[in-house]
Write a protein of this length. Structure first.
Ligand code: KG4
Length: 340
C-alpha cells in the first residue's frame, strides 16, 4: 500500500491531497481569488504570505478528512515549479520539513505534469497523445509517447492564453480571473469585431497572444476617446473566437502530424466552454479520443500532484533535502531537479 501526501502552492491556491494506492482520500484547496480580485491579478508577495498562513490549516484538514497521520505516509510530494518563486517556496519548505521529520522521501513534481495527469482521474491515457496545456502562466502543446515522456512541440512566444483572457477582461471592466466572465459574455455576443490573428512566426505549432491583447486594448481605447461604448458581449465573443481558434488550429495540426490516438485538455483555460465544445466537434469521427477534465481538475489542486507523485514513487524519483524551487521549470526537463 502506498500513501502519498501532496502539496501545491505555485500560484494562488494552497492545496493538500492524500492518496492511498491511487484513491483520493483528501483533496483540500484554499483559494485566494477573493483577495487578489481587488488587484485585478495575483499579487505575488501577498500570495506567498497567504500560503504561509494557510498551509498548516490545509495539512490538518487533509489529515482529518483521510483519518490518517503524517507518520502513515510513504512520501511527501510537492510542486517544485513552474510558478511564483515565493509561493513555491512555502510548499517546498513544508514538504521538506515533513520529509525530514518523518524520514520519508521527498518527491518534486512539475506543475503542468500535474495538470496533465489530473486527467487520469477520469480517463486512461492512450499513447501517443497530445496534451493541450492552457493556463494562466503557460500555453504549450505537448506530445507524450509514454508515461512521463513530454516533448514540447509548440508554445506561446509571449503571453499565456489565460493571462491574455485576464488582461482583456480587465480592459472590459470584467472581474478577475477573466476567463469565466469572458466565456459567459461570449455566449451572448457575436464575433463581429475584427481582431488580427497573431502570427507567432517560427515554429509550426507556436502561438502568440500579446498582439491580440494589444488589439483589444487599442480598440477599447479608441472607442473611449470617441466617447463611444464597447459592446462587451461582442468583444468577448470576437476575442474568444480568435484566442481559442488559435489553440484549435495548432492543436489539430499537431494531432494530425503526430498521428496521436488521443487529445487531452489541461490547465485553467481547459474550463473554457467554447474550447471544450469545439475540440469535441472537430475530433468527432476522426478516430482520435478526447479527455476533457472535470471542472475541479482544471483549477489548481494537489490531487493532480499526488497522481504524478504515485508514478514517481514507483520510479524512486526522490530529491535531496537541499532541493530548490524552479519557477521556470520546463516540462521536458521534469527529471532534472538539480539545485540551480
Ligand atoms: O493558471 P491556471 O491553471 O490556474 C492557476 O494556476 O491558478 O488557470 C487560471 C487561468 C486564468 O487565467 C483564468 O482566467 C483561466 O484560467 N480560466 C479560463 C476559464 N476559466 C478559467 N479561461 C477561459 N475560459 C474559462 N472558462
Amino acid at each position: 500500500m502506498t500513501r502519498i501526501l501532496a502539496i501545491e502552492s505555485s500560484c494562488d491556491e494552497t492545496a493538500v491531497a492524500i492518496t492511498e494506492d491511487g484513491k483520493l482520500l483528501a483533496n483540500v484547496v484554499a483559494t485566494q481569488i477573493e483577495v487578489h480580485e481587488k488587484f485585478g491579478g495575483v499579487m505575488p508577495e501577498i500570495a506567498s504570505r497567504l500560503h504561509t498562513e494557510n498551509i498548516g490549516v490545509c495539512l490538518q484538514q487533509a489529515l482529518d478528512k483521510s483519518g490518517l497521520r503524517f507518520e502513515d505516509m510513504d512520501a511527501f510530494a510537492v510542486t517544485r515549479g513552474p510558478g511564483l518563486i515565493g509561493c513555491l517556496h512555502v510548499g517546498l519548505q513544508a514538504a521538506k520539513t515533513l520529509a525530514m521529520l518523518y524520514q520519508k522521501p521527498l518527491i518534486p513534481v512539475h506543475h503542468l505534469a500535474g495538470h496533465i495527469y489530473a486527467n487520469e482521474y477520469v480517463g486512461e491515457f492512450k499513447f501517443p497523445l497530445l496534451c493541450v496545456v492552457v493556463s494562466g502562466g503557460n500555453t504549450e502543446f505537448v506530445i507524450m509517447k509514454d508515461h512521463m515522456d513530454f516533448e514540447i512541440v509548440g508554445e506561446t512566444k509571449d503571453d499565456a492564453v489565460g493571462e491574455c483572457y485576464d488582461k482583456v477582461a480587465r480592459v472590459l471592466g470584467l472581474p478577475y480571473p477573466g476567463g469565466l466572465p469572458i466565456d459567459q459574455h461570449a455566449k451572448l455576443g457575436k464575433p463581429v469585431i475584427h481582431l488580427p490573428i497573431p502570427d507567432a512566426g517560427g515554429g509550426k505549432y507556436d502561438v502568440s497572444y500579446s498582439g491580440l491583447k494589444t488589439a483589444v486594448i487599442n480598440y477599447v481605447n479608441n472607442r473611449k476617446q470617441k466617447g463611444e461604448s464597447v459592446d462587451v458581449d461582442d468583444m468577448a465573443c470576437s476575442f474568444q473566437t480568435v484566442a481559442i481558434g488559435m489553440i484549435l488550429d495548432k492543436a489539430l495540426k499537431a494531432a494530425h502530424d503526430y498521428h496521436v490516438n488521443q487529445v487531452i485538455l489541461a490547465g485553467g483555460v481547459s474550463a473554457n466552454s467554447y474550447l471544450r465544445a469545439q475540440m469535441k466537434e472537430k475530433l468527432e469521427g476522426s478516430g482520435i479520443d478526447l479527455i476533457i477534465p472535470p471542472l475541479w481538475c482544471t483549477t489548481d489542486n494537489a490531487a493532480m500532484i499526488a497522481k504524478v507523485a504515485e508514478r514517481l514513487y514507483q520510479k524512486k524519483f526522490f530529491a535531496p533535502l537541499d532541493l530548490g524551487v524552479d519557477p521556470n521549470w520546463k516540462i521536458d526537463h521534469w527529471d532534472d531537479y538539480t539545485t540551480k
